[in-house]
Design a protein around this ligand. Structure first.
Ligand code: AQP
Length: 349
């Protein structure tokens, strides 16, 4: 048995190491929501935890990306991680499909998760729209693979944006049911989502009811991590607002979702509170606020974008980081997977 005594007496708390896991899909380029909701937390958590950060290409193929582009998309996400401050010497950065055990554990979890649990997942409903029967089984099963990603490393903490809360609850349900069904209390930890903080839910620049998303057909709805200062300014200038000036208190943002989103973004990128932003801009119009917001965004993102360009130009160096990361990830995952096989009673090859 490996990894700090996974079987404890019934009812005991999980005793294994505290470990962070999270990932991002190499679909379109990353955007401000990905950065503020997740990536910024990835960086901060390195101070406290052992961190494992994945680029989830197996998730990406649920929506059929161009196979010729997928490897470079993976490199772009890896470059974003490193450029934002994830240190490949301290943390593990790797590509999901390079560790085969993700798929194997997902299959085992398919036999644990219940259809009814998956049918309740709102992300599948959003992404499949009116054509659920024509969606891939993989898209339906996405949160089960996500549970496997996390639990393959017995991760205890998962930094994600607000949109992933329901999937994280499902991961906890799967861990709990696996432990109970196999009479293996505390074999898997029940992973804690780390969602709180500014930036947990960044909305579309055009519609305050929709989250900022890579897959939105309009590029004007999002700030990409690689947008230059001029593009950022144009997008912010065209962002939906209303004719009223900014309020001078938080209460004044009620019913103004788009304005609330822009103020929240300003607060998050300048590391101030919403109240502080409103103290400065309350009573002023968007003619003053929007250029200041665009400038703050460019100041935050431009150095990261420049570093991303430098890193993606050196494919060999990035690939070496990913190879090393995959080796480190396998070293954690393989003994845990061997234990899972034993617990489930699979044939020992
Ligand atoms: N708008 C958002 N606000 C805050 N956090 C967000 N995240 C995504 N959008 C926002 C967080 O970013 C991480 C990586 O997400 P992902 O690549 O796994 O895919 P996703 O959650 O489905 O994000 P996207 O950008 O909206 O992609 P598409 O359009 O491809 O579905 C996650 O932690 C997520 O919470």
């Amino acid at each position: 048995m490996t990894d700090a005594a996974p079987f404890e007496a019934k009812g005991a708390e999980y005793q294994g190491p505290q470990r962070v896991f999270s990932g991002m899909q190499p679909t379109n380029g990353l955007h401000l929501g990905n950065y503020l909701g997740a990536l910024q937390k990835f960086v901060a958590l390195q101070e406290t935890y052992e961190c494992i950060y994945c680029i989830v290409d197996l998730h990406a193929i649920t929506t059929g990306p161009d196979p010729k582009e997928l490897a470079n998309r993976c490199r772009e996400v890896a470059a974003a991680y490193v450029a934002a401050g994830v240190d490949p010497k301290r943390s593990t950065i790797f590509i999901q499909s390079a560790v085969r055990e993700h798929s194997e554990l997902a299959w085992i979890f398919n036999c644990v998760a219940r259809m009814g649990w998956l049918e309740r997942m709102t992300q599948f409903k959003d992404k499949s729209g009116k054509h659920a029967e024509r969606s891939s089984v993989g898209l339906f099963d996405y949160p089960v693979l996500q549970a496997a990603d996390i639990l393959l490393y017995k991760a205890t903490h998962v930094p994600v944006g607000e949109d992933q809360k329901q999937h994280l609850e499902l991961s906890r349900d799967i861990a709990q049911k696996f432990n109970t069904d196999h009479d293996a209390p505390n074999f898997f930890p029940l992973p804690e989502p780390l969602i709180q903080g500014p930036g947990a839910r960044i909305m579309s620049l055009r519609d305050g009811a929709k989250k900022m998303s890579k897959s939105d057909p309009s590029d004007m709805t999002r700030i990409n991590m690689t947008d230059d200062a001029d593009t950022i300014l144009q997008k912010i200038k065209k962002a939906t607002t209303d004719p009223n000036p900014l309020p001078d208190s938080k209460e004044g943002l009620a019913g103004r979702a788009e304005v609330e989103n822009l103020v929240g973004i300003f607060a998050a990128v300048t590391e101030r509170s919403v109240e502080q932003v409103l103290t400065e801009f309350g009573g002023k119009g968007f003619g003053a606020f929007k250029p200041a917001l665009a400038e703050a965004l460019a100041a935050k993102l431009s150095p990261i974008a420049a570093e991303m360009r430098r890193l993606t130009a050196d494919t060999a160096a990035l690939d070496a980081i990913l190879k090393d990361g995959a080796e480190k990830a396998r070293a954690v995952a393989q003994p845990i997977m061997a234990d899972v096989r034993d617990v489930v009673g699979l044939w020992r090859a």
